[in-house]
Design a protein around this ligand. Structure first.
Ligand SMILES: C[S@@+](CC[C@H](N)C(=O)[O-])C[C@H]1O[C@@H](n2cnc3c(N)ncnc32)[C@H](O)[C@@H]1O
Length: 295
């Protein structure tokens, strides 16, 4: 008698591609749409390799004018963005605790980035490293910038995208999101595209091959940065970082022009505005600001 064979099939579970979620917190959330929905970033969103949400910071205010800024302590031109709306936003995203602003468990695989003209320079090595996080949140400043306590207590890193001052952090957030997204497997389609790009470690031309002193200076500084930072995947380093996603070298140089800015409230989550700024002594305030500027 003929044996009837049952049709069998072996099912293998397809590996779900890794996805990164980006958030931007801004008072102009509408400016992001057309850029992040176009071309490669748009396709990456459709294929669920990345997702993006722009949040209106004013949503986390409680007065009828939805105020996000106030005058700087110690005087000076312009307005400074207040800490509370940024804190509440990060609490709502599940990344910081309401009581003290400390990190939640969910924040472990997330990176909160401050956009700042005096931040450390954003490089290709940073894009590679940051692409390994599950979630990236950009805080976008406007006016004279954001209260220093947000930078000190709510942010993981602070970046500038160039040595110039823009009117807001939205363009820097888009630049960084674009550059980080390219490093997420699947986003470019062909992984080889990443192998020999201008700033891939080791592949950029030596500074002597570049024409013009400006270009050479920038190139040599950038190559110093690449060399100084870790780009290896986790597993072979002995640092106590989070899978090589946090910077190994915390001494990366921030910019120097601007001093820290503070606005109301005087005490926020237990963090006080430096006393000198409350002293009313203009000479002392000026000297303090000069000292902070040079650090
Ligand atoms: C008018 S700027 C503030 C500039 C600040 N008073 C200073 O001198 O550094 C307003 C916001 O734009 C963003 N921004 C400006 N230039 C930037 C740059 N080169 N890289 C990253 N963010 C920048 C920051 O979020 C900043 O808080």
């Amino acid at each position: 008698m003929k044996k009837v064979l049952k049709k069998t099939s072996v099912k293998t579970k397809a590996k779900k591609p890794r996805a990164v979620h980006f958030d931007a917190i801004s008072i102009f959330p509408e400016v992001f749409g057309s850029y992040v929905d176009a071309s490669i970033l748009g396709r990456a969103q459709k294929s669920k390799l990345i997702s993006f949400k722009a949040h209106n910071l004013r949503y986390w205010t409680h007065d009828r004018h939805h105020t996000v800024d106030d005058k700087p302590f110690g005087g000076g031109p312009g307005m400074v963005m207040k800490p509370e709306p940024f804190h509440e936003a990060l609490v709502d995203l599940g990344l910081r605790k309401k009581k003290d602003g400390k990190k939640t468990a969910k924040a472990k695989k997330a990176c909160v980035i401050m956009t700042a003209a005096n931040g450390k320079p954003f490089t290709h090595a940073d894009a590679i490293r940051l692409s390994k996080f599950d979630r990236i949140v950009f805080l976008c400043g406007r006016y004279e910038g954001i209260d220093q306590r947000v930078i000190d207590h709510l942010c993981d890193e602070s970046f500038r995208i160039g040595e110039y001052v823009l009117t807001g952090g939205e363009l820097p957030a888009m630049v960084m999101m674009d550059s980080i997204s390219r490093q997420i497997p699947g986003v470019l389609g062909k992984e080889e595209s990443l192998e020999e790009e201008s700033w891939t470690s080791g592949s950029h031309p030596p500074s002597s091959e570049l024409r013009g002193t400006g270009e050479s200076r920038v190139a040599s500084r950038a190559s110093d940065n690449v060399g100084a930072r870790r780009t290896r995947p986790c597993g072979d380093c002995s640092c106590s970082c989070d899978g090589c996603m946090r910077p190994a070298d915390v001494s990366q140089q921030p910019g120097t022009g601007e001093y820290p800015q503070y606005t109301r409230p005087e005490v926020w989550l237990g963090h006080k505005v430096p006393e000198v700024l409350m002293s009313g002594n203009h000479a002392k305030i000026k000297a303090w600001r000069e000292g902070m500027r040079k650090r």
